[in-house]
Design a protein around this ligand. Structure first.
Ligand code: PMP
Length: 285
């Protein structure tokens, strides 16, 4: 079944949704995006995604084309029209097109707004049960990783290197410290059960799942330290995991071919996954 997608005010069959070759999203990756998880046909943690979209727009002096209410309406329409039970809604806003190629921001362009749905298992995903293997690789991305831009080629290169190495994903390293995963936030659990994750700054994306997960972990009386950690500290960790809207929580069972803890998904990561999903579902819209 071809999907129904949203483009600039219209719901269209996916093959009919077309964007200009002069669109700055295409020419410069002058575009931002969000991914909201869908479970039981409902949007998870969506307030956070809508708020981060507005922030990204602000950082790039880009017009935020839709109100929160309008956005949520479109997201829900796509869930309905495509009968999405589980998966996600992808949303992208570009600065639009001035009809030519020019680096400086053009005045008065209308943003291009695209949303589409993706149906797939997120709660019962095999990787959540088995865990993932990651390789570490230098973080070669730009210095504004807090902006959720579609400029993702560095992440594509890194993830491709992971696949070539027979692994699932990457942990990115800068000055010896882990920044984040290829498309996720990164965490370790120390031998004395402290959850460690990098503090928020322009070096990482401010994960919406990360924010909820830390709230949930505090409620569960887990000890959290937001600080830098090295890849060596990660090798020696009791457990490791990642978080994102697409994965929720996936245990990391090996880093650079070194098993983490027992080499199978750790109990604390699995507990955080369960608790996060319960928490997010209870507030889903
Ligand atoms: N870091 C990066 C680099 C990401 O691409 C993502 C997911 N898009 C995340 C972290 C996790 O963010 P969220 O929990 O909001 O999906």
């Amino acid at each position: 079944m071809p999907r129904t997608v949203y483009l600039n005010g219209e719901y269209l069959p996916e093959s009919e949704a077309k964007v200009s070759i002069f669109d700055r999203g295409f020419l410069f990756a002058d575009a931002i995006y969000e991914v909201t998880a869908v479970v039981d046909g409902k949007l998870l943690d969506n307030d956070g995604h809508v708020a981060r979209l507005a922030r990204s727009c602000g950082e790039l002096e880009m017009k935020n084309p839709l109100t929160a209410e309008e956005l949520v309406h479109i997201q829900k329409e796509l869930v309905r029209l495509n009968d999405v039970k589980e998966g996600g809604i992808y949303l992208q806003v570009t600065r639009g097109s001035s009809g030519d190629r020019d680096f400086a921001y053009p005045e008065n362009t209308e943003p291009t707004v695209v949303l589409f749905s993706q149906s797939r298992a997120v709660v019962d995903s095999p990787k959540a049960k088995k865990g993932i293997k990651v390789i570490s690789t230098p973080d070669i991305r730009w210095r504004r990783r807090d902006i959720k831009t579609t400029s993702l080629l560095a992440a594509c290169m890194a993830k491709q290197a992971a696949i070539a190495a027979g692994c699932d994903d990457v942990w990115l390293i800068e000055d010896g410290y882990v920044t984040e995963g290829g498309s996720s936030n990164a965490y370790i659990i120390t031998q004395d059960n402290v959850i460690v994750t990098r503090p928020l700054s322009n070096d990482i994306l401010h994960g919406i799942t990360r924010a909820s997960l830390l709230k949930v972990a505090k409620q569960e009386n887990l000890v959290i330290e937001e600080r830098l950690f090295t890849i060596e500290e990660a090798y020696a960790a009791k457990e490791a995991f990642i978080s994102s809207a697409s994965t929720f929580v996936w245990p990391v069972v090996a880093i650079d071919d070194k098993p983490i803890g027992s080499g199978s998904p750790g109990p604390i990561a699995m507990q955080i996954r369960e608790t996060y999903i319960e928490f997010a579902l209870a507030q889903a819209v």
